[in-house]
Write a protein that binds this ligand. Structure first.
Ligand code: AMP
Ligand code: MG
Length: 488
């Protein structure tokens, strides 16, 4: 374990030429206080558990001071937003403070979001509000605990500085960690500016740092594109299997490492609805839940296009063509694991029929799969807890009889399958109403206990936590009125 003073910074991205970023100092906030933190994320940096309470660290995460070795920059990028190319985005409120080299040889970039205006802020104030910071913090750490690739969240610091959205709110900064925050849009910006050199420079940097296995190949760039495609396809499979809707799958929010990036108006499915749109601002439903795999593919084509100056057209199109196969394989594997059938033969038709059934009866997605872990495959078994989730019991019975027969054919004892299924179908997800309750207490009463409690709960999503039964339940009626938009 190291202390704050001995953190070793080696700021790879900041050392790239000024084409890629702007050197910026954060705008300080008054009297920052710690709202919550993730001990696991702290440990990634090699810091001891007490470090988070040091005034020096809180001030640093608030953007009020720098630790020795930090060299803050805002990254330049562009991107396709809702299908349209926007030539200049960039970190409008995020700042990369520095890259910590940990004793185990991994580098972690430390980024604060909400640190004030940058050259890329356009009309924005450079700030983030407590509400959206809590959502990002909780979901980042929850996704990681679910086993889904994601940027991490170290902490939130708040300040009483007023920030104006639809209403007056207060400022907060969420600290994010990732090996890299480079996005698809980081390449697109130079493609549309007709500047092949920076594309090559950035690709070389990313390959050298994050895909060194491709560096010596004859066609490193096509191997790189293919790998990003694969990771993206598999990330989409992971989202679909757990019922996660991102909400703003613009190419500036697509990670070059295949991480879930930028938690804005995301949502987990409650009742299964393939057309679920979590973002209130997405009136056309472009980023509806069931569109995500296709949007992932479309986004990969935008990356491929940006890399065309480095690639043969054949290499670019082959990466794109392989996407459906990678997505399909990963999705079938994940869903088969959730139903306990081998990922071949009948399992695909079981999965499709089941999803249709869940959609037709608006069954709670997470509850269904968790209760399915305890399915009794004996002939004639009723499986009441599952059956009760269906308004139309007969529809469930017909499916359950087929399913029970298929399970019996596998020869796997129920008890054994139960253990395997419980490791892939979580009991606890970050339902919107849970986040909302934690946000209300934090914002209205300065009570951060519920944020900490939810965070602790969601770091063990696959474990039964009997004292937290209520957190696994279907959402209350008032949850339907929660509207989540891009405002953050
Ligand atoms: P997002 O929808 O959060 O991914 O943001 C899209 C773009 O808008 C990014 O370039 C952000 O940096 C920028 N942005 C979002 N909110 C703000 C804000 N309050 N101030 C400045 N830039 C912002
Ligand atoms: Mg973004």
């Amino acid at each position: 374990m190291s202390s704050l003073d001995t953190l070793a910074f080696d700021n790879g991205f900041a050392r790239l030429p000024g084409t890629f970023h702007a050197r910026v100092q954060a705008t300080p906030v008054p009297d920052p206080y710690l709202v919550c933190h993730s001990p696991d994320a702290l440990a990634l940096l090699g810091l001891d558990a007490d470090a988070i309470h040091r005034r020096e660290l809180i001030e640093t995460l608030a953007g009020n001071r720098l630790l020795p070795g930090m060299d803050p920059v805002a990254a330049l990028y562009a991107g396709h937003q809702f299908g349209h190319y926007v030539p200049q985005l960039g970190d409008g409120r995020a700042l990369l403070l520095g890259e910590v080299q940990t004793p185990n040889g991994r580098g972690w970039e430390i980024q604060i979001k909400g640190g004030g205006r940058t050259p890329y802020s356009r009309g924005g104030d450079g700030r983030a509000v407590l509400r959206s910071s809590i959502r990002e913090f909780l979901c980042s750490e929850a996704m990681h605990a679910l086993g889904i690739p994601t940027t991490r969240a170290l902490a939130i610091v708040g300040s009483d500085l007023p920030v104006y959205r639809e209403d007056e709110e207060t400022a907060a900064l969420v600290t994010r960690l990732a090996p890299s925050f480079v996005r698809f849009g980081s390449f697109e910006v130079f493609y549309y500016r007709n500047q092949p050199e920076p594309i090559r420079e950035l690709a070389d940097y990313v390959i050298r740092r994050y895909y060194p296995e491709f560096a010596g190949l004859d066609e490193p760039y096509s191997a790189f594109l293919h790998e990003v495609m694969r990771r993206t396809a598999e990330l989409m499979a992971a989202w679909q299997a757990v019922g996660f809707a991102h909400g703003v799958m613009n190419t500036d929010n697509m990670s070059i490492l295949g991480l879930t990036l930028d938690y804005g108006p995301f949502g987990f499915l409650d009742a299964f609805d393939p057309g679920f749109v979590c973002n209130h601002s997405d009136t056309g439903g472009r980023y509806a839940f069931d569109q995500q795999p296709d949007v992932g593919a479309w986004n990969v084509t935008k990356l491929a296009q940006a890399l065309v100056p480095l690639l043969s057209v054949e290499a670019a199109s082959s990466a794109i063509q392989d996407y459906p196969q990678f997505f399909g394989r990963a999705y079938v594997a994940r869903m088969s694991a959730k139903i306990g059938l081998p990922p071949a033969g009948d399992s695909v038709s079981f999965i499709l029929d089941l999803l249709e059934l869940l959609a037709a009866h608006r069954v709670d997605y997470t509850l269904f799969f968790r209760r399915l872990c305890d399915f009794d495959s004996a002939p004639g078994a009723v499986n009441a807890p599952l059956r009760d989730l269906f308004p139309d019991r007969a529809a469930f019975d017909a499916w359950a009889a087929r399913y029970a027969a298929a399970l019996r054919q596998t020869g796997v004892p129920d008890a054994e399958r139960r253990v395997a299924l419980r490791a892939v179908s979580p009991r606890y997800i970050l339902r919107n109403h849970l986040a909302e309750t934690a946000i209300r207490r934090a914002a209205d009463q300065r009570d951060y206990g519920e944020v900490a409690r939810l965070h602790a709960l969601l770091t063990r999503p696959y474990d039964d936590q009997p004292e937290s039964e209520a957190y696994a339940a279907e959402p209350p009626d008032w949850a339907r009125r929660i509207e989540v938009s891009c405002s953050s």
